[in-house]
Design a protein around this ligand. Structure first.
Ligand code: SF4
Ligand code: SF4
Length: 256
């Protein structure tokens, strides 16, 4: 399905434009969780059409110095990934929330009504992902192997149904119906880096003095990041907390 003749840089250009558009929309409160679904659909479609900007794949190819896999020069990929890291430090995980096709596909799957699990597993997911990060980087550096290939990240978006790894990622997507973003929270090496910079982000969802401590946002947050004092490392800016908050202005996307 992926059209190789379309430059991957188009996905990066889309990422930059939509990133700032979403910053503006969240900050000015002109968007809701439901309104943001349109970005989830477009970003996911780009994954299937041009396989960009699939940052974890580009990150691993950068580690492997694989220009063919990147579809462009190493310097451009390094610049792009550093750019996203820098913007995440300023504005939080908007890229993961609404732009990365691997993340948006799982976000869409989680919208399917079903019994949900794993909301309180924040420490577990972080620990597992640290281990996954070490293994992925070690395999790339020591053996020049991209383990994400075996998980089927690329084969899935390329609709390579003849490949066994296609079905591994398909299983992850199906699991996303029940558990919020299992690939992002357990495996993604680039998301691991983004979660660290997001812990210091300048803009994020914050409680104001109007908060009545009803706890509704804490109950609905799929990653247990809505409590007072949470660092928002695993906040994917889904907007569920804002949606359920009963007091106008008690929860805002704003500067610290
Ligand atoms: S955690 Fe990784 S896979 Fe998930 S949205 Fe972020 S970059 Fe994409
Ligand atoms: S519900 Fe949780 S993950 Fe979603 S925006 Fe709020 S704090 Fe972030």
């Amino acid at each position: 399905m992926v059209f190789e003749f379309i430059p991957k840089a188009i996905g990066f250009g889309y990422a930059i434009i939509v990133f700032f558009l979403l910053v503006y929309l969240w900050y000015s409160r002109r968007i809701t969780r439901r309104g943001a679904v349109i970005f989830l659909i477009i970003s996911t479609a780009l994954g299937f059409l041009i396989f960009s900007p699939v940052a974890p794949w580009q990150f691993m190819n950068l580690v492997l110095r694989d220009t063919k896999g990147l579809g462009g020069p190493l310097q451009a990929a390094a610049f792009g990934l550093l750019f996203i890291l820098g913007f995440t430090l300023l504005f939080g995980r908007i890229f993961c929330g609404h732009i990365c096709p691997a993340g948006t596909l799982q976000e869409l799957a989680y919208l399917v009504p079903a019994k949900k699990v794993g909301r309180r597993w924040k420490n577990t997911t972080m620990a597992v992902r640290l281990g996954a990060f070490v293994i992925l980087i070690a395999a790339a550096l020591a053996f020049s192997i991209n383990l994400l290939k075996f998980i089927g990240l690329k084969d899935f978006f390329y609709l390579a149904v003849g490949s066994a790894s296609f079905f591994i990622f398909l299983a992850i997507v199906v699991f996303s119906v029940f558990m919020y973003r299992p690939f992002c929270r357990f495996i993604c090496p680039y998301g691991f880096l983004l979660s660290f910079v997001a812990g210091w982000s300048l803009f994020r969802f914050r409680r104001t003095d109007l908060c009545i401590h009803c706890g509704k946002c804490e109950k609905v947050c799929p990653t247990d990041e809505s409590k007072e004092g949470d660092r928002k490392m695993e906040c994917y800016m889904c907007g569920r907390c804002i949606e359920v908050c009963p007091v106008e202005g008690a929860l805002k996307y704003e500067r610290g």
